[in-house]
Design a protein around this ligand. Structure first.
Ligand SMILES: [Zn+2]
Length: 332
């Protein structure tokens, strides 16, 4: 019992995924990073601040830097947040949250890059998540999916629909509504990465006007319910017409991250394009097509809610995808 409590205490210090934990870190980072940090905010309908945390050496000219956006849209995928927070901690202080020295050359990264992190895309959904992380010990995947999207009103125990946007005056909705959705007014909800009305996309466009990102690392988690895999990089939809130069770069980038994971002992599925068809593909084309034609973007998936990938490992896999990206983009 004592050991488990000690473990929980450490995890609460290291696994930062809730809004109040993030805001506490933000206060420290603002002091520690001095002129190398800029905080931008998008106010959500629920009254939360959705943060864009930019780290760079602002004295270097923009033309000499590469701009990377790192973000996560999904409330039920907390290790993406925890991984980002630990990387920010390293870039700001030179040490990770456990006090170990960072392996990254942060001065090189900050002078050669503009880095923007959106660690919690949907704070309302994240606040409603019943657990700090998902380790497979509390709920089955079926229960987890019902928390994520809500339960079918007429078929309890069955996960509800995946919609880009819905209006509670027009359709019968789950009670409670799943944590993946963000309220955007009194009646309407969106899935953040499937509607431009989300705080996730509004914040990106606000930031992109300032920094014109060249790269976007899109962080996610999935259950890998029918596979032994723990990690995967997904490329943009195949039928979005992307220049060969961008496509080749995405593939090389994805390959390097996959290799890094393998070296760290993760079971990795080789990269492939987003597998969506029908309505889901339409949502993606509508919201990401233009971005994917202009910016190098890949999607990271790390295993969630399973005993074989505890929260610390989930976090490690996310971190490793970010750190590998920083090394790639600074040739270090
Ligand atoms: Zn996701």
């Amino acid at each position: 019992m004592a050991i488990r409590n000690w473990g929980v205490l450490i995890m609460e210090h290291v696994f930062i995924s809730k809004q109040d934990q993030l805001e506490k870190k933000l206060e420290q980072w603002k002091e520690q990073a001095g002129s190398n940090i800029k905080i931008d905010v998008q106010k959500s309908f629920s009254g939360h601040n959705v943060y864009a945390i930019t780290l760079t050496d602002f004295s270097v000219r923009r033309e000499e830097q590469t701009a990377l956006y790192v973000a996560q849209p999904h409330a039920h995928e907390p290790a993406t947040t925890a991984g980002m927070v630990d990387v920010i901690e390293q870039l700001v202080t030179g040490k990770d949250l456990l006090g170990n020295p960072t392996t990254i050359d942060r001065h090189k990264v900050l002078s050669q890059m503009i880095l923007t992190f959106n660690p919690i895309g949907n704070p309302y959904g994240r606040e409603n998540a019943p657990y700090l992380y998902w380790d497979g010990s509390e709920v089955t995947n079926e229960q987890f999916w019902c928390i994520m999207r809500g339960e079918e009103p007429d078929a309890p125990g069955k996960m509800w629909d995946r919609l880009d946007i819905f209006d509670t005056r027009e359709i019968k909705v789950p009670d409670p509504i799943g944590i993946v959705y963000e309220p955007i007014d009194e009646f309407r909800y969106v899935e953040p990465n499937r509607s431009q009305l989300s705080s996730f996309f509004k914040l990106f466009h606000q930031m992109d006007k300032q920094f014109q990102y060249q790269y976007w690392l899109d962080l996610h988690q999935t259950e890998f319910a029918r596979s032994a895999s723990q990690c995967l990089v997904m490329l943009p939809l195949d039928d979005v017409r992307i220049d060969k130069q961008i496509k080749d770069e995405n593939e090389a980038w994805a390959g390097q991250i996959s290799q890094a994971w393998q070296e760290e002992g993760f079971r990795v599925t080789p990269p492939f394009p987003l597998p969506y068809v029908g309505q889901q593909a339409e949502y993606i084309r509508k919201n990401w097509g233009e971005i994917d034609r202009r910016i190098n973007r890949i999607t990271i998936e790390v295993k969630n809610n399973a005993a074989d990938t505890p929260p610390r490992r989930q976090m490690d896999a996310i971190e490793s995808s970010i750190l590998k990206t920083l090394r790639r983009l600074t040739n270090s």
